[in-house]
Structure formats: C-alpha cells, structure tokens
Ligand binder design. Structure first.
Ligand code: ARG
Length: 548
C-alpha cells in the first residue's frame, strides 16, 4: 500500500470512515508531507481538526500530526519509513511505482495518425510522443492498453492523387512527389473545374474496388509507410494496431443504416447529417454525392473498438483544432450506443508548435516543418554538446522531453536553446543527472546487500531529507499524470528530483562521507534517485544512458 493510502486510512478511521479523504502535499516544507482539509469540509473548523489530530496516533508511517490555520491537518512522515522506501526502490527496480489500479480495465489510445501521401510534419510529433507516454503510463498502472495508429489513408484526396499519377505518368513515387501532385491538382482545378469531377470519379472507383485504383493507392500507402516507419524507428514508438481509415470502408454501411433507422441521422438536402445540441454545424455522415467522410469512418471505428475491446477509456491524442469535431463525434457515438454509457471518451486537444516569432511553426518558405529534419538537427546538436556515443539518445530524448514538459493544451514555442539546455529543465539535464548517479555508484562499488542505512543515529542533511521526502511521491505522480492526461506532471516531478539530487551532490560528500553509515546512506540515496529517474524517463519514452 502506498504511503498516501496509509495516511488516508488513518484520517478516514478518525472520522468514522464514511467520507472520501483528500490529501495534498503542502507547498511549504514546514507544513509537513501531507495536509487534509477534511475538518473544513465537514464544517468543523479547528476544533474538529484538533480532535482528528488527537485521534491519529503516531505509527510506523506517521511521525506527527498538527493543526494549522483555520483547520488544516498537517501530517509528517517517519524518516525511518522513508529510508525504507529507498530500499524498496532498489529492490523493486524497474517495477518501482507500478500499480494494479487498472486491472481488468481497457484503455484505447489513438495516437500519431499521420496522413498517407503527406510528409510526417512536426504537427504529428506531439500526438506521437504524448500518445506513447500516455500508453506507457496506463500500462504501468495495470490497464490493458491498445495503441492504435489511425492512419489517414482514405478520403477524396486519393481520387485526385490517382488521377494525377495516371495522367502525369510518374516514375518512382516519393512522398514529396505525392505532395507536389496534390498541390498541382488544386492549381489545375482552379483553371479547370471539371477536374474535381475526375477526382471524384477515381475516388468512387477506389471505393468500388477497381484494381488499378487500388494498386495505385497501395503504392501511395507503401511509400508513405516506409517513411513513417523510419521515423517511428528513430523515435522508438510502437503501436499494437494500425488499422487506418481504409480498414473501415466496408464497415460504414452498417453505421449509416443504424443512424438512419434510429432516426439519429436526418436528411438535409441530399446529404445525411447528425445534429448535435448546442453545436451549429451538424456532423456530416453521408455527403450529397453519396460519399462518406472522416466522421463516418470514425464512427465505424468506435463501433468496432466497442465491439472488440469494450473499453473503459478511449483517448484521442489529437490537436485542439479538432475540438468541435470530437465533441460531435462523442455525442453521436454515445447516442448510437457504440461505447458503454460509462465509458470515458477523451480528446486531449494538444496545442501547436509555434516559431520563435510566435506564429505557427513553418519553414522560411512557409511550409510545414518536417519532423525528420528536426530529429536530425537534434542529434547533431547533441553530438556538438559532446555526446558522441549517445547523440541519438540525447537528441531524440531532448525533443521528446521538450514536448512532454509542456501542458498538453498550451502552444509551444520551438526553441533549440531550451530543448538542449544542460542547466535547466530539459531531457539532456535529466539524462545527465541519471548518468551522474551511475558514475558515483560505479566508483563506489555500491551493493545494497552489504550496506547499513539505519537513520538511527544518522543525522540527515537538509538536502538528503528533501530527497527522501520527494522520492516516495513517484507512484502518486504517475497516477495523476495518467488520470489527468498530463505527462508534464511527471516531467516536473523528475526535474525537481534531479535538481534536488544535484544540489545534494554539490553540498554533501558522498564517497568521502565520514559519519557512521553516512556513506552507505548517501549511496542508497544516489541509487534510488537514479532508479526513479530512469523509471520516470522510461515512462516518458526517453532512454537513460549510464554514461554521457
Ligand atoms: N489523420 C488525422 C489528422 O491528421 C488524425 C486522426 C486522429 N484520430 C482519429 N480517430 N480521428 O488530422
């Protein structure tokens, strides 16, 4: 049981066990490790707070309880227990912080989802990185997690592309060429509106399974996937499934039928739409030309996911620009009964990358910035920082951490100085701190089996005390980061830990420690810090090399 649960239980017993106890970590150290406002919530004020405090007897976990202000109950933990916690970090190693709260529950995470025939732009970076971090967090908490890459591999744009590929007699296709052809189609269509019809004709052929259309489409998918996979390889991102929109082509008719029979879709001119209360624009289910849409496929996807996995939570790691769309989609899916009523459908709404000028991040020519170029530059910069062996790990880790350290919903100004900053809140700083712990341990030949770390008689330095009062919170932070879809909370936690460790390292001698048991204790602290940093970084999808 986590320390937090033990404290909750103690308070809950004091008030007779009927109400949910909430705990916070007070901002100021002098207010203890935990604080509860339960007496205020029960409108009992200081008097009740005192009664509760008196009821709670110090035990193996709780050292003391005090009442503060208008009725806050502040709780201090036993130092001995927190030192024991460090030993648990070492013995549980990569499993430290794991939980089983998700047991028996399924979460589907829809992430990355780039579009076929388009470059993998920086716009899909956030989804890829955040999606993978959420995946890791939920898995760590015991959930069954399904990661699905909902590739944008269907839609009317393929009719246009096929038309262009056929008429322009292309040689070897590349993603760049596909993008050019698409742009060219639209330029030509401005002069010759009849072209749109050609595009629609080819899309219809594709939907009807025409062999040539299908062959060309497959070629587009193959060249794009080769490029995406190269990037996933560099990012070390993985998926359980990658059905993509095309998988749902033969599953949309059933959705359209159901929506019509249930009276959820209504006819509007020649189209079929789903109207959502409070939203002006309806969701387009079938266009007036009979064509389906992104939404039709997403509804078929949710129906499929519901039937196959019966998920508790479905997380769409998609940008904020689709907020209205997902709002509509979720209401429509609930009305169609595609997910259980209690299911949580979540749209994370991540923000944009901005350039240093505060405008949307673009190349000098006004084009979207390609992700691969960024990763190559990051690796290059890491090499220049002196990380020749670990350039890829440090460079990629830096880009990932920079993305994850921001609140998902805020926009991010892309800033190389901050990304690679060895002195501040950055991936390289955390990796560097981890490597520091490993180098200390390597020099010391530390082994937990031959050590003695009793705090009895060991006076803790304030820097040491700070760390032991921080490490035990790891599991809580993991849970909160998952529950609030906020990997940045884990980043903040790890950054504070790293800062705490570095400041301890600068003020306290570790290998030359003199007091009884002091060296062993400081090495234990070092080992535990390293392990927690490593576990945290790994949840963020960032590797922690032993040396840098
Ligand atoms: N391919 C889409 C885009 O680039 C994102 C898909 C997100 N997932 C979904 N189920 N709609 O905008």
């Amino acid at each position: 049981m986590w320390i937090r649960d033990a404290v909750k239980k103690a308070i809950s017993e004091a008030v007779g066990g009927q109400i949910e106890v909430e705990l916070e970590h007070p901002e100021a150290e002098e207010h203890g490790d935990y604080s509860s406002n339960i007496a205020l919530k029960l409108k009992g004020g200081r008097g009740l707070a005192q009664k509760i405090a008196d009821f709670i007897k110090p035990n193996g976990v709780i050292a003391k309880v005090e009442v503060a202000g208008t009725g806050f109950i502040n709780i201090w933990l036993q130092k001995e227990y927190l030192v024991k916690e460090l030993e648990r970090v070492i013995t549980q190693a990569q499993d430290y912080g794991k939980d089983v709260i998700g047991q028996g529950k399924t979460v589907i995470i829809d992430y990355s989802a780039p579009n076929i025939a388009r470059q993998f732009g920086v716009g899909h970076l956030r989804s890829t990185i955040i999606g993978q971090a959420l995946y890791n967090l939920y898995k760590f908490l015991g959930y069954k997690v399904i990661g699905d890459n909902h590739l944008g591999d269907w839609g009317t744009q393929f009719g246009k592309l096929i038309y262009m590929i056929i008429t322009e007699k292309q040689g070897e296709l590349t993603v760049e060429k596909l993008e050019e052809l698409y742009v060219k189609f639209h330029k030509m269509a401005e002069a010759d509106p009849g072209l749109e019809k050609e595009g629609r004709k080819w899309f219809k052929k594709l939907e009807d399974g025409d062999t040539e259309a299908r062959r060309i489409w497959q070629e587009c998918v193959d060249v794009s996937m080769a490029e995406f996979n190269r990037i996933y390889e560099i990012l070390k991102v993985k998926f359980d499934e990658a059905y993509g929109e095309s998988f749902y082509v033969d599953k949309m008719a059933a959705v359209i039928d159901e929506a019509k029979t249930m009276g959820i879709a209504i006819k509007s001119e020649e189209a079929w739409v789903i109207e959502i209360e409070g939203v002006d624009i309806p969701l387009m289910l079938v266009k007036s030309d009979g064509g389906t849409t992104y939404a039709t496929r997403d509804l078929a996807t949710l129906k499929f996911r519901g039937d196959k996995w019966n998920p508790e939570i479905v997380i769409y790691e998609v940008g904020a620009e689709q907020a209205l769309y997902f709002q509509q989609l979720f209401v429509a899916a609930q009305r169609l009964g595609y997910v259980r009523t209690q299911a949580r459908l979540v749209h994370t709404k991540h923000g944009l990358y901005l350039g240093m000028d505060g405008k949307r991040f673009r190349t000098r020519e006004g084009q979207t910035v390609k992700l691969e170029g960024i990763l190559i530059e990051a690796i290059d910069r890491a090499r220049k920082l002196g990380n020749t062996d670990q350039a890829q790990t440090v460079g990629v880790g830096a880009v990932k951490y920079f993305d994850l350290m921001h609140n998902i919903q805020s926009d991010i100004v892309f800033d190389w100085e901050k990304i690679m900053n060895l002195e501040g809140n950055s991936g390289p700083y955390l990796q560097y701190t981890f490597a520091r712990t490993q180098s200390v341990l390597a020099k010391s030949q530390f082994s937990i089996l031959n050590s003695q770390f009793g705090v009895n008689g060991l006076k803790l330095h304030p820097e040491e005390e700070k760390i032991i009062r921080w490490i035990y919170r790891f599991g809580e932070v993991v849970e909160e980061a998952a529950g609030r879809y906020a990997p940045n909370l884990l980043c903040n936690y790890l950054f504070e830990l790293a800062q705490g460790y570095n400041s301890f390292y600068n003020k306290c001698s570790i290998l030359g420690a003199q007091g009884p048991g002091e060296r062993d204790f400081r090495l234990l602290l070092t080992a535990a810090t390293g392990q927690v940093l490593k576990n945290g970084l790994s949840l963020l999808g960032i590797e922690a090399p032993d040396r840098m």
